[in-house]
Write a protein that binds this ligand. Sequence first.
Ligand SMILES: Cc1cc2nc3c(=O)[nH]c(=O)nc-3n(C[C@H](O)[C@H](O)[C@H](O)COP(=O)(O)OP(=O)(O)OC[C@H]3O[C@@H](n4cnc5c(N)ncnc54)[C@H](O)[C@@H]3O)c2cc1C
Length: 475
Amino acid sequence: MTGPAGGTAVLRADVAVVGGGPAGMEAALWCARAGLAVVVLDEHEDLGGQYFRRRHPAIRAVHGDHRPEGTALAEAVRASGARVLTRHVVWGVDGRALLAHDEEGDRALRVEAGHVVVATGAYERVLPFPGWELPGVVTPGLAMHLATMDRVAVGSRVLLAGSGPFLLPVACALLEVGARVVAVVEAGRPYRPGGPGVRGGVEALRHPARLAELGGYLARLARHRVPVLQDRVVAEAVGGARVARVRTVRTCGGGDREFEVDALAVGYGFRPATELVRLLGARTVVDPRTGDVVIAAGDDGATSVPGLYAVGELAGVAGVHAARLRGRLAAMSITAAAAGETRADGRERERLRRRLRRLVAFASLTGRLYPPPVEMVDTLPDEVHVCRCEAVPAGRVRAIARTGLNDVHAVKGGSRAGMGLCQARECGTALWRLAGASGSTAPLPARMPVRPVPTGVVADMDRSGPADPAGPEQV
Ligand SMILES: Cc1cc2nc3c(=O)[nH]c(=O)nc-3n(C[C@H](O)[C@H](O)[C@H](O)COP(=O)(O)OP(=O)(O)OC[C@H]3O[C@@H](n4cnc5c(N)ncnc54)[C@H](O)[C@@H]3O)c2cc1C
């Protein structure tokens, strides 16, 4: 890889937003409309993030714009005066400054801002199983992306498996592009009377709109005679050049059931992408069951570090509406602080907070109804790769964990699991669980670079002071 072409540019702004998804766009829009100098950085070619990602113009010309409200939001951000830097990867931090790589110009960039809003979204949770590396085994997010963005079915006979309500819209999207969904295999028991328990059922009734949405998906699957099987997980995928068969078992073992497929989409919900906020020093807690890092933040995303906000899925996986509200609330606090006010405008803020709290309450209910079956990892055969990037089998991680290197950092270093291209974004939960067998409860560390970056860019950042002869640039 080559080094940067033109040295390090320094950019100064009132507000820097990392991530141009629903949350980041809301934060940028409302800060810019209030007259603040705003810069938004996103690694993709366009604003949108996961939910509002735009279709290719050729697909749009035939099938239309599938999320026009996202297009309108992106256009509003661009019209607001916010400086939008797409194809800019934020790979690290230096004190409060953000270190970025402009992929198009191959340029190193240092962004210094009074307020930093991190809106980096979430990753899909992947749990390994025998055969998970076969071609045709994908995550539900990828199957959804191909179906909705590109109008392509990931296979003609697809099994959807894992846990979480996201499996249902993915199954419906696959039906829409002509795939046969052979079954939806859910690890929990959320749809069975008595599954969530009386308390869960009553709690669910407080969210009629969300329940209607889930009911709509289930009704559509029933019309297409797609079985929704609960309390069941994937035990193994078998095939040659591509996955051909999937064996599923009951969560407690036994009750084998096989499916002939040419694609398997499997995922266990989402986990927040917290690396940058952690590098910036925000206080966090660890979920003792999954090893997920949870950022301690208010409704407006304010973290323990003054001027640092964590918004969107990063602040708690609760869906697109909550992500937007969090971005908007952060903007309210930032603009109030910039104007020297101690409180953001009262009534509207309270209304948005109430809406957010309802959505967060529903997300917390779904979290309880669809717990990811992380215990699966405990019985993973030794020969199965946990880390695909570095080809590290489960047995090696277990062996290192038993040697007395009893924290996850050391197990990572000793086994090389989680040290490859994805930096444990895929194997993180499994690695933490296997290493945790030795008693460790510390989370996987957040390390720079959080994304792959040309070595020349890093070397350039090591030099003290801005290398750009023109000096710092103002948004
Ligand atoms: C793979 C996947 C598919 C999903 N599909 C759906 C769906 O179909 N329907 C649905 O309701 N929900 C979906 N979700 C959930 C969805 O992410 C949210 O509801 C919503 O998009 C969250 O908005 P956000 O702004 O918090 O994050 P996102 O929309 O994820 O936006 C975050 C943005 O930050 C960028 N980013 C992250 N790190 C960096 C960095 N270091 N440097 C520069 N840019 C960075 C990302 O590329 C992304 O553009 C999906 C989630 C994932 C992970």
